[in-house]
Design a binder for this molecule. Structure first.
Ligand code: SAH
Length: 208
């Protein structure tokens, strides 16, 4: 899957490709979906949410340019699959999920797969996790109307926020915001993507 669906589609970062090869995606999908685990598509995980497509996880991880010593925040734990990929790349991962049943299942799956450097929190990740800030990278796995200032302010100088942003739910641009100085943020566009909505104080207000 990694060679055919990811490397050929433009992700070349060797550490990211190695992390994707290492994480057993079948351990993060619901019973009955194991046979689809290595197809590059999103799959249902409960609470109306989906496990991210491996190509998208790879693109985001590459854009976040994660170093082995980095502390990373993920917003939108979902199945825990992307958190596992991030845990392969970084020193420490804090991941926030708003649905308690998903957070519990993800924590259990991450533990069973042997990831001790991931901390799953329950709450509104659109506000980040100030107690654990600053982060070297923040990855948001759900699309919001804009990149919350509170998240940008939880970045280390040199830190990267990678997030889908779009004025309409369900269609976004993947953007990277780099905090180049205390009050300086640079934005880059990585192209069109489709994510479930970010629901929270600094995201969309409700889930229609
Ligand atoms: N990275 C996940 C994919 C998750 S889909 C994986 O690999 O499986 C996006 C997730 O974001 C959903 O589980 C959704 O419930 C969650 N989410 C949406 N808004 C959120 C918010 N404000 N805070 C935390 N989680 C949120």
């Amino acid at each position: 899957m990694v060679e055919v669906q990811i490397a050929r589609r433009g992700v070349h970062d060797e550490r990211v490709l190695a992390a994707l090869r290492k994480v057993p995606r079948e351990a993060f999908v619901d019973e009955g979906f194991e046979e689809f685990a290595y197809e590059d598509s999103p799959l249902p995980i409960g609470c109306g949410q989906t496990i991210s497509q491996p190509l998208v996880v790879a693109m985001m991880a590459e854009a976040a340019a994660i170093a082995a010593t980095d502390r990373v925040l993920e917003v939108g734990t979902g199945s825990g699959y992307a958190a596992a990929v991030l845990a392969e790349l970084a020193a420490e991962v804090v991941t926030i999920e708003r649905h308690l049943p998903l957070a519990e299942k993800a924590q259990q799956r991450l533990g069973a797969a042997g990831y001790a450097n991931v901390d799953v929190k329950v709450g509104d990740g659109s506000k980040g996790w100030p107690e654990k800030a600053p982060f070297d990278a923040i990855l948001v796995a759900a699309g919001g109307p804009s990149a919350p200032r509170v998240l940008q302010e939880q970045l280390e100088i040199g830190g990267r926020l990678v997030m889908p942003v779009g004025r309409e739910r369900g269609s976004q641009r993947l953007i990277r915001i780099t905090r180049t100085a205390a009050n300086k943020f640079e934005e880059e566009d990585f192209g069109g993507v489709m994510f479930v909505p970010l629901i929270g104080e600094h995201g969309w207000q409700d889930n229609p």
